[in-house]
Design a protein around this ligand. Sequence first.
Ligand SMILES: [Zn+2]
Length: 459
Amino acid sequence: MTSARARASRLARTGQSKESACDVFGLRRTTSALLLAVAATGCTTIVIDADHTRTEQRQTAIATPTAGPSPSSASASPTEKSPSDVPPDAAVSDASTTDVAREAGPAAPTATVSVSPVALTNSVMLISVDGLAARFVDAEITAGSAPTFARLQREGSWTLNARCEARISVTLPNHTSMITGRPAVTVPDLPAETNHGYLENFDPGDSTTLHNRGNPNLAYVTSIFDEVHDRGGFTALYAGKSKFLLFRRSYAAPASRVDLLGPDDGRNKIDSFDVLEDTSALVSEFMEAVETGVGAHPDGPNFTMLHIRDTDSAGHAYGWGTDPYIQALELADYLIGGVLDAIATSEPLRNTVVIVTTDHGGIDLGHYNTALHEVVDIPFFVWGKGIPRGRDLYSVSQGRKDPKDEIPMDAIANQPIRNGDAGNLALSLMGLPAIEGSLHQGLSLEVEAPGADDAGTGE
Ligand SMILES: [Zn+2]
């Protein structure tokens, strides 16, 4: 389905956008040098009690203008059902230690390989392809019909044997885990403040936020958007479903916290946001915003997130693995290919590391049974400068274990790589500590140290 001509035309347009962004910000040849200024910091623990939070929220925020969703594009049409069978108190594995400690420090100065957290990059992009079941990615790669996913395997570190969050496999709870590093559901034997607790798969609107409708034991659910924005970086979230308005509302005034780190960057933690159901238009808008935003923040940190809806929509309408589903998968492959090409040729974005994963898989017309491999087995790709090329992600990771054919429970020892690892992995690759209050810590990646020879991101 890929049209080489259309692709070339689109990339030509992207190139024009790149040039203008470079010229405007005068950033040519500066990014790699400034990369080194992204300093690793020690662990930061921030405790906010309920009263403190309320007090802070009454203080005036510095309102940074953000791009809001256009009313015409953000239709409220939730199509998924909330899970009704989440077993919050199911048995856990026999592991007795929590998986929260980082065991490895940076490599020796002369080494070319470091273990994250390390200031590898000033920019991490998370792409979530909704409902992207691992088995169909595998089949499409094998068939030669997914050139971008094949490229991500060839040029990056990857696994098709990651897992979604334990006990739940739906869009909003699992994406909330990605951005907060928290499991969705209560984890037995861990404190009641551990999980984010947002288990519904729709946005009720009004004043609903992750903070007032999630785990009642949490006054504030800190996200990667807080961590990056409060350090003066650029953040973006572009999504294909209007339910993601929940995230924007949760991380903007008056719901969001004040800036607790360094200079006050205001309370709109997501600098650029939009919802568009037309994924091609969404990706174009997203890339334009990212290039401008990252270009304006060359010393980072920068975290940008793209949600592609079509695989999930086709799965619900026609079934996972049907022709429409496969076409949606190939569309995602094509669009992500354009993103990688743009990154590889963009001065502001050339050091960007891309994580590609999903919220869940699916079978038949849904994705609610977490006992099924078809539902919980997901891909997880990491690609970009400094990321080992062509490697099994488990073989270059520390702190996670390939689950083989098992479906491990909960976020304790011997965990697989999960989609809920995405946020903290992003911070780790920028040399930053984990999200405040998160459980999914300790996933470290072997990377080429900053200053090492260019690993290259081109084909
Ligand atoms: Zn769905």
